[in-house]
Design a protein around this ligand. Structure first.
Ligand code: ZN
Length: 1063
């Protein structure tokens, strides 16, 4: 035993120990230098380079060429396969032998045709254990393959992580050798590093930190790296320290292995498939070696990829799921963005996810897991509860730039009052390493200390995958119960949340959305992806509705359930939190656009098929089938397709479709070969009629022009545009009420400098508001477009900058309560932000924004830091600023970024960030927004149906056969507060004849309503969002009506069993 230390110098003692374990200094004589013993090169190394991501069987049959350590390979996104022939020296019998492999890129070791371990320098995995102890009779020669992807854990950014990828990057293999591994040295290193962590973490005011430091110092004294026989004494000193316990009151940290894998981000979707394999196969190995280690894994899509590409690995994951070590969490298809997906999309995330987890792993997830997403909709608690989930975990709000979120464990109450138990790991990360510093932070930063005594601790390399390492597991095991530190358990989400639920009596409640005060640019970045999302949500809605009607009406029709599931999964995949948000590289954006194109083209085919089925079997004229896919009557002007690709205007008027009175017969409907057209009065419905326009429609709205300005008037609203296209007046005709603020102009385009601090595609900063520059047009650019008839319009051009221009058609239709702005922009900017503003003659301290299945209010002032931190917010199809008796609503067809400050409604249109996609948003864009002044409340004025109408145009589908002879409505709802959102075939549908209906209360009121249907319904029963029948049994169905009762913003789902078809 060494002499007691004679000197007392904190720093020299601490640094002495640091040098003893340093991988950089004194490795010739320190302990770290002894981690590996003898080594020898691999017997033979050869390689094969390919731009493809080949399956193993195909890859190993290629022509491998001799290779050596030091060789370069690449470029970015290619793959280099290495064949590694190795022979372990006989002299190493009895030793632990590793393959030490260091290369750039991400490696995966294959042995006997199966993946066995990931190898990445960045993920601290640089050796593969060939044998724990080489036996005398063990085979000493074998062949391995290492598949190296030419990208790092976090992609291949040129110069910085989020810069656009460098396509020319080259990669190198710097080590490939066999070596003897000294397990006893490794254990001492783990202990010494923990002791150093305790000494530093607890600091010089704490007596336990001195005990840790002097224990470590003593270990260095007794330990001679060159003499392994000295190790046990040192080891005993450490064990004595870590074995010293403390009291029952200690905080418990639930450590769970995790590996956040962004489904696509700085790398393409296809690389994620391999990231999953590399990460999880390593996890399998850890689970085998550490039976107490538990790994939480989210995102059904990733597991589905592994199921189809690596069936052997999938089977292992299922096996460990049975043992409770591999725990599927989250319940969703991907970790989707928490703001932008529609309510129905969010339901489908859970429906597809939970069904997958149940099918493949035998049970559904009981916690919603979204650690890395940019804000959380206030409607999520209700959706979660109805999908069998009462628990929620994230940590992203720790990224708030302005306000520090006040809780780590709390009840989160949603829009309708539903509550879930939410936990934010107090260490503010999902990628912990198992250090003492992180363990101490988890307790110190916990804002609910004293209220609950449990915290989550998610460890493992994340974002680009990688996951936990054996060292992390060993550190955490060592800290299970040591005086001076919180208790650490290798635990599971179930154990954590059960413990939290046991102490929930004192927890606080947070009501409403969890708004992330950062990344507000993601509501706008990559406009085409946003547009694709909105459009495809509509297409799938319409396809499901029409297919359901076809199913009900036609005995021959086969509901396209499998194809619809595929299309939904594509849409859900694009809702991943770095895709729909626009924060991905160009390669991903291109793939996402292909996904949308698939949905569009298949969707249109499915719509035609459903239309054909609806038109079959009944006598009637041929022509067009006009379908209203919304649950209320619509009186609208619509463009009707004509041969040769042209359009003419028609109008659905109640139950009739009218030709445009402004057109001569040769352009009008009369010239159609089949003059009888179908129109849609109430949804979902179809009717046949052609008629003349009533006289009073024929005369308006005629645009008038005085002094270069244009006035459009449809008898409901009167719009006045100045000679540059700005809105100088918007009057509600009946009351004469002006909606534009006095002395101000609306439809004012404004340009901002948009240079964030770091996260280019993600962030728009508060200070951008200080750079506002109105875009001024030239007088005389305004022209009358369509002159009178059922539609009036004006048109103008606007030069935004020397490089970017805009053209806009301002359209007012007969009978329409809003004026539309069809906008085309050619956008070529760098770090600029384009918005359009409407100063309203309205005063209110709060504005209303549509969210999933409802709406919420946010302040229009900057009183407190919580108010001004929401200088840029998100909305779905509409926002509204109302005072008592009057308001102005701004609708849109594909935008999400918005704000209302004071009386100015502002819609965010286009950004121009350059990282991680240098090309994002450059080029041509088309979008529509609309302005609707109204009296009364927005609810009573019909802003919500107006926004639906803008987003769900009436469908005019060619009817291949005789269309139904009479107008026909499938469903109607008696209350304007209740929206029938979705009609689809039920997931489980005996003989395929059960429909699922989803309705929600949209006004924020308690409402009773009658749902009426003309379909032959045999039985109706409520169900949850996963379509599980409500135990209360069937609803009373009389005269094809049933009564439903809603609480504010409540979502209800209903299963309708259709009567069997007559023969
Ligand atoms: Zn992420």
């Amino acid at each position: 035993m060494a002499a007691a230390p004679a000197l007392k110098h904190w720093r020299t003692t601490l640094e002495r120990v640091e040098k003893f374990v340093s991988p950089l200094y004194f490795t010739d004589c320190n302990l770290r230098g002894r981690l590996f013993g003898d080594s020898c090169p691999v017997a033979e190394l050869s390689s094969f380079l390919t731009p493809e991501r080949l399956p193993y069987q195909e890859a190993v049959q290629q022509d491998f060429r001799p290779a050596q350590v030091g060789d370069s390979f690449g470029p970015t996104w290619w793959t280099c396969w290495f064949r590694v022939e190795l022979t372990i020296p006989e002299a190493w019998v009895g030793q632990e032998v590793h393959l030490r492999w260091e290369s750039d890129g991400e490696g995966l070791v294959w042995r006997d045709g199966e993946p066995v371990q990931g190898l990445t320098k960045e993920g601290e995995k640089t050796s593969y254990i060939l044998t724990d102890k080489l036996g005398e009779k063990d085979p000493r020669s074998l062949t391995l393959y290492v598949e190296v992807a030419c990208n790092g854990l976090l992609g291949a950014g040129k110069g910085s992580m989020i810069a656009a990828p460098d396509p020319e990057k080259m990669f190198q293999v710097s080590r490939a050798e066999l070596a003897v591994f000294h397990r006893d040295v490794y254990k001492l290193l783990v202990d010494l590093e923990l002791l150093l962590g305790i000494a530093k973490g607890l600091g010089e005011d704490n007596q336990r930190s001195f005990q840790a430091l002097y224990t470590a110092n003593q270990m260095v004294n007794v330990c001679d790296p060159a003499q392994p026989e000295t190790f046990p004494v040192a080891q005993a000193l450490a064990s004595k320290f870590f074995g010293q316990r403390w009291g029952e009151s200690q905080h418990t940290i639930h450590a769970m292995g995790h590996c956040h894998i962004d489904t696509a981000w700085l790398w393409p979707f296809k690389e994620t498939v391999r990231k999953c394999a590399r990460s999880w196969v390593t996890v399998v190995q850890l689970m085998e070696r550490n039976p107490e280690f538990i790994f939480a894994c989210s995102q059904a899509q990733q597991l589905e990829w592994v199921r189809s590409h690596y069936p052997g690995l999938h089977a292992r994951l299922q096996e460990f799921a049975c043992r409770g070590q591999f725990v599927p969490v989250g319940g969703t298809w991907v970790e989707m963005d928490g703001n932008l997906p529609s309510g129905e999309s969010m339901v489908r995330q859970f429906l597809q996810g939970q069904n997958f987890f149940r099918q493949e792993f035998g049970k559904m997830c009981s916690e919603f897991w979204l650690p890395d997403t940019f804000g959380y909709s206030a409607q999520l608690p209700q959706i979660m509860r109805s999908c069998g989930i009462k628990r929620f975990l994230t940590q992203k709000l720790s990224w708030n730039l302005v306000n520090s979120f006040p809780h780590h464990t709390f009840f989160w109450e949603g829009l309708d009052g539903s509550q879930v138990l939410a936990h934010f790991p107090p260490g503010d990360s999902y990628g912990m390493q198992g250090s003492v510093e992180e363990v101490l932070k988890t307790v110190a930063k916990n804002r609910d200390k004293g209220r609950t005594n449990h915290s989550a601790f998610l460890f493992g390399f994340g974002d680009g995958g990688g996951g936990p390492t054996q060292t992390m597991v060993d550190r955490l095991k060592r800290l299970c119960n040591t005086d001076g530190l919180p208790r650490v358990q290798l635990s599971s989400p179930e154990r954590l949340f059960s413990a939290l639920e046991g102490h929930s009596g004192q927890l606080c409640t947070w009501v409403g959305e969890l708004f992330l005060e950062l990344h507000n640019g993601t509501y706008t970045t990559h406009a085409q992806i946003k547009k694709g999302n909105r459009e495809c949500e509509r297409i799938l809605h319409d396809v499901e509705l029409l297919s359901s009607l076809a199913l009900a009406r036609s005995t021959q029709f086969l509901y396209p359930a499998a194809l619809l599931q595929d299309l939904w999964r594509l849409l859900l995949l694009n809702q991943f939190h770095d895709v729909v948000t626009g924060s991905c590289i160009q390669l991903v954006a291109e793939e996402a656009m292909c996904h949308y194109e698939d949905i569009r083209s298949h969707g249109n085919t499915l719509l035609s098929a459903a239309a054909a089925a609806l038109c079959a079997g009944e006598p009637g004229p041929e022509g067009l089938l006009i379908v209203n896919t919304l649950p209320w009557k619509r009186t609208e002007v619509l463009a009707l397709p004509r041969p040769g690709g042209a359009h003419c205007l028609g109008m659905s008027w109640g139950e009739e479709l009218l030709p445009s009175p402004g057109h001569r017969p040769r352009h009008g409907l009369c010239s159609c070969p089949h003059p009888h057209l179908t129109a849609a009065p109430a949804a979902p419905a179809a009717c046949v009629r052609s008629a003349r326009a009533p006289a009073d429609l024929a005369s308006r709205p005629p645009p008038t022009k005085t002094d270069g300005s244009v006035t459009l008037d449809n008898g409901i609203i009167r719009v006045r545009l100045d000679p540059t296209g700005r809105l100088t007046s918007l009057v509600l005709v009946a009351s004469g009420r002006e909606a534009i603020a006095e002395g101000a102009v609306g439809n004012q385009f404004v340009l901002f400098d948009d240079v964030p601090l770091y996260w280019d595609a993600w962030d728009v900063m508060d200070y951008h508001l200080e750079t506002r520059k109105p875009v001024l047009g030239q007088a005389g650019t305004l022209a009358v477009g369509t002159e009178g008839g059922v539609r009036g319009s004006a048109w103008f051009l606007l030069q935004i900058s020397p490089n970017s221009r805009l053209s806009q058609e301002v359209v007012l239709d007969v009978g329409c309560p809003y004026v539309r702005f069809h906008t085309e922009v050619h956008w070529h900017e760098a770090h600029k932000f384009l918005k359009v503003e409407f100063p309203a003659r309205v005063r209110s301290p709060q504005a209303t924004y549509e969210v999933q299945f409802g709406h919420l209010q946010r302040p229009t002032h900057y009183n407190t830091s919580w108010d001004w931190a929401r200088f840029e917010v998100w909305a779905h199809r509409w926002m509204d600023l109302s005072e008592h008796g009057f308001g102005l609503a701004l609708l849109n067809d594909c935008k999400y970024g918005a704000s209302v400050r004071g009386n100015v409604l502002s819609l965010s249109l286009l950004r121009a960030p350059k990282s991680p996609d240098a090309t994002v948003d450059m080029g041509r864009h088309e979008f529509t927004y609309a302005l609707m002044p109204h009296k009364g409340s927005f609810q009573d004025a019909g802003v919500i149906p107006a926004a639906y109408s803008l987003n769900f145009p009436l469908l005019a589908l060619p009817a291949p056969g005789p269309a139904p002879a009479a107008a026909w409505s499938a469903f109607s709802v008696s209350s304007p507060a209740v929206v029938l959102e979705t009609v689809k075939q039920a997931e489980t549908s005996p003989q395929g004849r059960t429909l699922l209906l989803r309705l929600y209360e949209a006004h924020g009121s308690h409402s009773d309503c009658w749902l009426h249907t003309s379909l032959p319904v045999q039985e109706a029963v409520l169900c949850d969002l996963l379509e599980r029948r409500d135990p209360t049994g069937p609803l009373l169905l009389r005269d094809n009506r049933l009564k439903l009762t809603f609480a504010p913003f409540q979502v209800q789902s209903l299963l309708l069993l259709l009567q069997p078809p007559p023969n």
